[in-house]
Design a protein around this ligand. Sequence first.
Ligand code: CMP
Length: 411
Amino acid sequence: MLTRVHNGLLIAVTTITAIVVPVHVVLGTFSEAAYTRFDWVVTILFIADFLINLRSETAAKARGAMPVVLTTRARVAWFLLDLLAAIPFHLLVPGAALLQLVRLLKLARVGQLMEIGKRRAAEHWTAVRLWFFVYWTVLSVHWLACGWFALHAERSDYIEALYWTVQTLTTVGYGDIPPISGPERIYAMLVMILGIGVYGFLIGNVASILNRIDPAQTHYQENKQRLEVFMKNRNIPQRLQRRIRDFNTYVWEKRLGYDETTVLAGLPPGLHKEVMLFLKKDVIEKVPMFHGASMELISDLALQLRPVVFTPGEYLFKAGDQGQEMYFITRGAVDIVARDGETVYATLTAGDFFGEIALFTHKPRTASARSMSYCDMYALDTPSFERVLERHPAFAAQMAEKTRERQERGS
Ligand code: CMP
């Protein structure tokens, strides 16, 4: 929280400084007294920031936990930068106006915060990138306008300089404010070249920015297109095509187009385990049998459960099949159907489990399981099942009890 306030304040003060200092240097709009007061405030805030950075770094080092791993050279560079930006040149060397621009070095801190922000807000990647682009563009236009104002012989006001900058930068260039002297022309050429660069950047990035508005959506669309081409090339029957499409849409709607197993595959084991626990905690808690289960059992299960989706009417397995895994339902309904294919022993819903008998007894499935709607489930395969039972005897006994009940009920 405190860091947020600190960073917010830093960005605000640095941005205001980046706007006000060039205006004062070039246009001299503010009265000397007002500007001096402003300079004092900025000096105090920048010194405070410098000291806080120094302190938090020493404190982090003492704790043995550096917030960011920086090379010594980078640390010295940031130290010098913070120090230089905090020096009140306006008060110390009143004559040297340009020296005041040293304050703008502090913008490097804003850039650093933006980098961190970009990494943190990966899901809003595009919006964040656009905002940063707008931020730097507005500041650059302001500086270029100040530069033009300083150079232009027939200067009138800031708005005119801004107008000239925008039209030159956007390659519009009406020519109503022509550069006259040599330096003005050179400056104009530089701004034009910069304009082409900005234009090129925009054209090159708009497509990719629009495309990446939502990486999950892109992923879904790509997958969908691939499926469409595949189904067409292989002449898949219409009925099956429809089911495939429905399934795809369901997966997209419910899971945001990502299968947790693939997305999380690259994480280090500790972090992976924590995420799995978080994701599966709800499912595990929904299953009555797990109420009051030890944390160990829950985390064991969280690591072993594999997410699966079944479509309406689909048979997960038929009576007499060999059993490879058991299932925990998170969403949807499953009918347990007798060998005759008609008698329904039970309709199981979220929080129920099934398919455990075959794993216990090493005998074929006692009944068939048919999903009645789209079903989200977690599957537990035989080796994991056996490992869990072995390590958690109380849980094994409970499950055996439930199995006995089911077997007695006549499947
Ligand atoms: P399994 O025999 O491996 O495969 C079919 C599954 O259906 C079985 O394990 C049980 O989990 C479940 N099942 C069988 N009979 C019943 C029943 N009467 N009520 C609820 N579930 C059952």
